[in-house]
Design a protein around this ligand. Structure first.
Ligand SMILES: Nc1ncnc2c1ncn2[C@@H]1O[C@H](COP(=O)(O)OP(=O)(O)O)[C@@H](O)[C@H]1O
Ligand SMILES: [Mg+2]
Length: 326
C-alpha cells in the first residue's frame, strides 16, 4: 500500500516502533509505509517530534531501550531487515546503507584524524588494507568536494567547519558503496550558503554513485528541489505519500494543504512547518480518531472517533483522511 515503482530498493510496510516508558507506551512510529525507488530521493518531512528519526533508526535497527520495533516489514534489496541477525545487520549498516546525522560533531571521534576515521570505516567493512586504503580515502575526500585531501587526512574534526565536517560524514557514509544513504536533517545546523552547497553535493552523489537516499527534513523547500517522492509524517503517522511534483501541485491531506498554503510562494523565512495554528500533539496525549483533527479546518464528526487508513486517492498519491474515503 505504497507508491508503486518497479525499481523498488526499499519497501517499508506497517512499521511500528514503540517506547515503553515509566509513564506509559508511546508509538513513535505507527503503521508507517513507504517505498524508495532505485536512484531516487525520498523526502521524509514532518515537524519536530513526528517520528522521522525513529523511522531512520528503525531501518538501521538502531532503536534502543526503552524502544522496540513492534511490527512491520523493512524489505531492503529483497531481504526483510527485521529478520536478520545482528551480524548480518552489521554488514548492512555502513556497507549497504550509509547514514549521515544532523550533528556531525557527535558522529565523529574528536581524537581521531579525519583520514583515520574514514579508513576505519573502510577497514571494518572491507578486508583490504595497506596503501589501497589511503588512496581510497583520498578519492572519497575528493568526491565530497575537498580539493586538498592530503591536508584533510591529518586534521582533527575540531579543525573543520560545520559544513566540512558534514562532508567528512558523507565520505564515511558512501565509503563502502552503499545503495542507500539516510541523511537525517544533515543541513539543519548549517548556514544557508553552506546548506545549499551540501545539498548540491548530496544530489550529485546520488546521481554519480547511483544511490538512493532518504532525506529527512522539516523544510519543504528542500524536498521540492531535491526529492522524487515525499512522505509527510505527523505524530508518528504517515499522512500523505506522493510523487514530489504532484504533492506540490496539489497536496491532498489538509495538513499538507495547510503547510503549502502557509508557506505561500516559498519565500522569506516562513518556510518551516510551523505556520499552521496549533502544534503537534504529544504522543502520550494523542487525540482520539485522526491525530490531526484538532488542527483541521475540514473536521467532520467521524474524524474525532476513528482514525482513517491510508488510501490511494490519485495514482501514486496516498492519503490518510476521510475527505477522500467514501
Ligand atoms: N529514547 C526515547 N524514549 C522515549 N520516547 C522517545 C525516545 N526517542 C523518541 N521518542 C518519542 O518519539 C517521538 C519522535 O521522535 P523523533 O523520531 O526523534 O522525532 P523527529 O525526528 O521527527 O523530530 C518523540 O517525540 C518521543 O515522544
Ligand atoms: Mg529527528
Amino acid at each position: 500500500m505504497v507508491i508503486t515503482n518497479d525499481k523498488t530498493l526499499l519497501e517499508v510496510t506497517g512499521l511500528t516502533t514503540s517506547f515503553f516508558t515509566g509513564e506509559g507506551t508511546v508509538h513513535a512510529v505507527n503503521d508507517v509505509a513507504f517505498t524508495v525507488g532505485r536512484g531516487e530521493i525520498f523526502g521524509l518531512v514532518g515537524e519536530s517530534g513526528s517520528g522521522k528519526t525513529v523511522t531512520a533508526h528503525s531501518i538501521m535497527r538502531l532503536v534502543h531501550q526503552p524502544g522496540r520495533i513492534t511490527g512491520g516489514r523493512i524489505v531492503f534489496e529483497g531481504r526483510d531487515l527485521l529478520g536478520l541477525n545482528e551480524k548480518q545487520m552489521e554488514e548492512v549498516r555502513g556497507s549497504r546503507i550509509g547514514m549521515v546525522f544532523q550533528e556531525p560533531m557527535t558522529a565523529l571521534n574528536p581524537v581521531l584524524r579525519i583520514g583515520e576515521q574514514i579508513s576505519e570505516t573502510l577497514e571494518i567493512h572491507r578486508a583490504s588494507g595497506g596503501n589501497g586504503i589511503r588512496q581510497r580515502v583520498m578519492e572519497l575526500l575528493n568526491k565530497v568536494g575537498f580539493d586538498d585531501p592530503e591536508k584533510r587526512l591529518i586534521q582533527y574534526p575540531h579543525q573543520l567547519s560545520g559544513g566540512q565536517r558534514q562532508r567528512v560524514l558523507m565520505a564515511m557514509a558512501i565509503a563502502c558503496g552503499p545503495s542507500l544513504v539516510i541523511a537525517d536533517e544533515p543541513t539543519t545546523a548549517l548556514d544557508v550558503a553552506t546548506q545549499s552547497q551540501i545539498l548540491g553535493l548530496l544530489e550529485g552523489l546520488v546521481d554519480t554513485l547511483d544511490m538512493s537516499m532518504i532525506f529527512i527534513t522539516h523544510d519543504l523547500n528542500i524536498v521540492r528541489s531535491l526529492g522524487h517522492s515525499i512522505g509527510l509524517m505527523y505524530a508518528g503517522r504517515m499522512l500523505e505519500l506522493s510523487r514530489v511534483e504532484n504533492f506540490f501541485k496539489q497536496p491532498l491531506h489538509p495538513y499538507g494543504r495547510g503547510l503549502l498554503g502557509s508557506i505561500g510562494g516559498f519565500s522569506g523565512s516562513a518556510r518551516r512547518l510551523t505556520a499552521i495554528p496549533g502544534s503537534v500533539p504529544r504522543l502520550s496525549e494523542l487525540p482520539t480518531g485522526c491525530t490531526f483533527h484538532p488542527r483541521c479546518p475540514y473536521i467532520m464528526d467521524m474524524c474525532r472517533v476513528k482514525e482513517p487508513v491510508m488510501k490511494e486517492v490519485e495514482k501514486d498519491q496516498w492519503v490518510r483522511c476521510y475527505l477522500y474515503q467514501n
